[in-house]
Ligand binder design. Structure first.
Ligand SMILES: O=C[C@H](O)COP(=O)(O)O
Length: 245
């Protein structure tokens, strides 16, 4: 079983002074039992690099272009994230799929570009409330996941992280129950063939210090992709401590 991983997705939050305070609270983390990382807005990546360099805490992007370079105004490339010392890049987050019309194919292309630049893609997949109510959860997961697996090949999946994020649980305070999450995580693992045990499968959606331990107690939940609760060092560290096995 891979080492647990707890990643913070700051989304479009932060400021230089607030980040300084938050990063100061995180930088002494000892990653021997649980890996920890933050994904700030891209403009704050240099600040993270300065503060976290030499620490056990990793950092990464929240998105990137599928292209290497060129006339793509507003975009950031995998190489640029690499230059800033990023280890991870979140791809296919439901907010990108919803507000920027990202398709499964585009997300698969971005995952391939990330791997080419030696970044670890954190592939986000998950169903909407309507899809869950219609009994389509596993069909949605199958479609989103298999588009990427078919594009990259199973072997390359060993260098990725998968995050199950039910859209209805994101930012709502309504986490999936440990049993609901475990069912989907086990399904994801079953589709990863020979590399299943090397892939960290994270849960995301209203993870807080008070529900993290029961989620992490499930056998196929290897950590969390944390939104709101990653903005306070104490809460984020409490979640990371709950992931210690
Ligand atoms: O990427 C993180 C997820 O969207 C979860 O966000 P949340 O913890 O604020 O619900």
């Amino acid at each position: 079983m891979a080492k647990p991983l707890v990643l913070g997705n700051w989304k479009m939050n932060g400021s230089i002074p607030a980040n300084a305070e938050l990063l100061k609270g995180l930088r002494d983390w000892d990653a021997s039992k649980v890996s920890l990382g933050v994904c700030p807005p891209a403009i704050y990546l240099p600040q993270c690099q300065v503060v976290l360099n030499g620490s056990d805490v990793a950092w990464g992007g929240q998105d990137m272009s599928e292209h290497d370079s060129g006339a793509y105004t507003g975009e950031i490339s995998s190489q640029m994230l690499g230059e800033l010392g990023c280890q991870y890049v979140i791809l296919g987050h439901s907010e990108r799929r919803q507000y920027h019309a990202e398709s499964d194919e585009l997300v698969a292309n971005k995952c391939a570009a990330a791997l080419k630049a030696s970044l670890v893609p954190v592939l986000c997949i998950g169903e909407s409330q309507a899809e869950r109510e219609a009994g389509e959860t596993l069909a949605v997961i199958e479609r989103q996941l298999m588009t990427v697996i078919n594009h990259l090949g199973l072997e390359a999946m060993a260098n990725t992280v998968v995050a199950y994020e039910p859209v209805w649980a994101i930012g709502t305070g309504l986490s999936a129950s440990p049993e609901q999450a475990q069912e989907v995580h086990a399904y994801i693992r079953s589709r990863l063939g020979d590399v299943a045990n090397s892939v960290q499968i994270l849960y995301g959606g209203s993870v807080k210090p008070d529900n993290a331990a029961e989620l992490f107690a499930k056998p196929d939940i290897d950590g969390a992709l944390v939104g709101g609760a990653s903005l306070k060092a104490d809460d984020f560290l409490a979640i990371a401590k709950a992931a210690v096995r």
